[in-house]
Design a protein around this ligand. Structure first.
Ligand SMILES: Cc1ncc(COP(=O)(O)O)c(C=O)c1O
Length: 347
């Protein structure tokens, strides 16, 4: 049996407003040297980091729906949120540049990190390069004040705003990953693969929710989720809510999502890389020439590296690691990156 493409709600999905940001499908390729190192003979990388717009990443898929809705509503100004080194903010800025929309990024300094690299480099100059205005709030209350002011200013100037939630994660954003997994299943089928195990992140949850929803429709995909922001209890609750609301939006049954989940590589918390993360970055780099980031993909990769302890996968089956992007954020961690690459012995 192969993927159940007939059951997939292509027509319903096609009727939901969406802007095409181009660049699809993203590549799927084998990673044999990394697979050898990990004892996973059929390891594949789905490269959502490879995209012509704004240095790529998973948010572009969600933004196609958010900006489709914004366009339908006649919005000329897009407001969204994130941490200082938000990849979502950078991709929103790039997508708005492409579509000629004004972009306001309301960032909060919530990761316990400072210094020139984290506060001024990485994603932040790219946000500005793509023409966004960056506002930094000191805490959640300050962020809310900034947001309220932006809404009031837009109203006074006769502009129409669209607000995209943090990480682009709500029912609408999750649809981006429903499409992504449909795309991936097509690529797997072309290779004669009819069953695969996916390894994906959970932070704001839209990627995971779209993936579980697509896997429920297509069958034959096992979803392994690695928490990079919240511990498993919180992540599970968030995923159930997003999965159900996306299923409702799409008009498909709200069967509970099937997945396994771990927070084994979360470490001290969101945005704080561990030695295992830097080790995973070095391993991907020196076996495949692939760059990860220390906040998201590095934590998922750390779980993959120690898959025997962390993941519920059969090593003889195809394993697909979803690369969700984030490379610009690596430069926000330049001091630690420099130390990691100069360590004498790769672990
Ligand atoms: C590079 C990267 N990977 C993974 C994620 C997590 O995706 P989600 O927020 O949909 O859980 C993010 C979100 O910020 C990201 O920027």
């Amino acid at each position: 049996m192969t993927f159940d493409f007939d059951r997939f709600p292509d027509a319903t999905l096609a009727a939901i407003p969406r802007v095409d940001l181009g660049g699809w499908p993203t590549p799927l390729h084998a990673a044999p040297r990394l697979g050898d190192a990990l004892g996973l003979p059929s390891l594949l990388l789905k490269r959502d980091d490879v995209h012509p717009l704004g240095a790529g990443g998973n948010k572009l898929r969600k933004l196609e729906y958010h900006l489709g809705a914004a366009r339908e509503a006649g919005a000329d100004t897009v407001i969204t949120f994130g941490a200082l080194q938000t990849n979502h903010g950078r991709q929103t800025a790039a997508a708005c540049a492409k579509l000629g929309l004004r972009c306001e990024l309301v960032l909060t300094a919530k990761v316990p990190r400072d210094g020139e690299a984290y506060e001024r480099s990485g994603n932040i100059p790219l946000d500005k390069l793509f023409g966004a205005t960056v506002h930094v709030g000191t805490d959640d209350a300050d962020t809310t004040r900034i947001y309220d002011r932006l809404i009031a200013d837009a109203a006074a100037e006769g502009r129409t705003t669209a607000t995209v939630p943090i990480g682009g994660s709500n029912a609408l954003g999750a649809l981006g990953y429903l499409r992504a997994i449909r795309e991936l299943a097509g690529q797997l089928a072309e290779r004669g693969i009819d069953h695969a195990q996916l390894v994906i992140p959970h932070a704001s949850g839209g990627t995971a929710a779209g993936t579980t929803l697509a896997a429920g429709q297509l069958g034959n995909l096992e979803v392994n989720i690695v928490c990079v922001s919240h511990p498993t209890d919180d992540a599970r609750a968030n995923l159930h809510e997003l999965h159900t609301s996306a299923a409702t939006l799409l008009g498909v049954g709200t069967t509970p999502p099937r997945f396994s989940m771990t927070d084994a590589t979360l470490g001290p918390g969101y945005g704080i890389p561990t030695d295992a993360v830097w080790h995973a970055l070095r391993l991907f780099g020196r076996t495949e020439g692939v760059v990860l980031d220390p906040v998201y993909t590095g934590k998922v990769a750390a779980a993959l590296v120690d898959w025997k302890h962390n993941l519920d996968i059969d090593p003889n089956e195809p394993v697909v690691f979803l690369h969700t992007g984030g490379m610009p954020g690596l430069y926000g961690y330049t001091p630690e990156l420099t130390t990691a690459v100069n360590r004498d012995t790769p672990r």
